[in-house]
Design a protein around this ligand. Structure first.
Ligand code: ATP
Length: 252
């Protein structure tokens, strides 16, 4: 298995040296098809790191590479999902999904895209012709994830996609995400505030320190796959990982 993402000694300031130092000497290697979560205190630089990986932010020193090419702009084979889904309010679910493909890959690709299959996968049958304001929060997030998946990305970058949702909806979306990942095996980088979510979903959890974010832990999650939340959460190893990460984060 190759390396999908390699970040070395990466430091990033907002406003240049003398401004806000968001990340300091970050070193990360992520394998192709790995599911990685990044956790850390609020304001430590998680979103900054994700935006660097998405090619949306530059950085000051160090290097960031994806599939061995420097990350210096957004790539067509990377899907990004942000906390606030940016669905187009005037477009139906179906249109939101096809437009995402059209913008990146053109009309022919959009016409050929398997929208029905994606709607099925996202459990949104019957909602194809609804507009975003007619959807629940969880549905909107599913469409946003669908937009990213429609491009069949090699890498999926997700910034707290379920942060604003209630626990039950979040649980359901975690199940969906596990199901999708187990089927398609993409490289996934997920930013989350939830230690339990990180443990449930990931192969590895990376922990950033208080700002400026430095990598302070890199924990492999040894839990069997496929994972079913109701089963996995009851495994002693699940609790052990949660406790270990809580200690590292200083919350117990
Ligand atoms: N565009 C920007 N301009 C200037 N400073 C910024 C900008 N974006 C973020 N910052 C600062 O950089 C630091 C890291 O922010 P970032 O959003 O990456 O943290 P985070 O870990 O994702 O936070 P949270 O968990 O609260 O979402 C913070 O101090 C923030 O104020």
């Amino acid at each position: 298995m190759g390396v999908a993402i390699r970040v070395e000694n990466l430091t990033k300031y907002y406003g240049g040296p003398g401004g806000t130092k968001a990340l300091e000497d970050v070193d990360i290697a992520i394998d192709d098809c790995e599911f990685i979560s990044i956790i850390g205190p609020s304001g430590c630089g998680k979103s900054t790191l994700l935006r660097v990986l998405a090619g949306l932010h530059g950085f000051d020193t160090g290097s960031a590479r994806m599939f061995d090419a420097p990350i210096d702009r957004p790539r067509d084979d990377v899907g990004v999902v942000f906390q606030t889904s940016n669905l187009l309010p005037w477009a139906t679910v179906r249109k939101n999904l096809t437009l995402a493909v059209e913008i990146r890959h053109g009309q022919a690709a959009a016409a050929a895209a398997d929208v029905a299959g994606m709607i099925d996968l996202l459990n949104l049958n019957g909602f194809e012709d609804k507009y975003p304001h007619e959807l629940s929060g969880g549905m909107k997030h599913r469409v946003a994830i669908g937009q990213a998946l429609m491009q069949n990305p090699r890498v999926l970058l997700m910034d707290e996609p379920f942060g604003a949702l209630d626990a039950l909806t979040r649980d359901r979306l975690n199940v969906e995400l596990l199901r999708l990942w187990q089927r398609d095996r993409k490289t996934v980088v997920l930013i989350t505030h939830s230690i339990a979510e990180a443990v449930l979903l990931s192969d590895r959890v990376l922990v950033l320190s208080e700002r400026p974010g430095r990598l302070i832990a890199n924990l492999r999650i040894d839990l069997p796959r496929p994972r079913d939340p109701s089963v996995t959460r009851d495994l002693p190893a699940f609790g052990d990982h949660v406790v270990e990460l809580s200690r590292i984060m200083g919350v117990v």
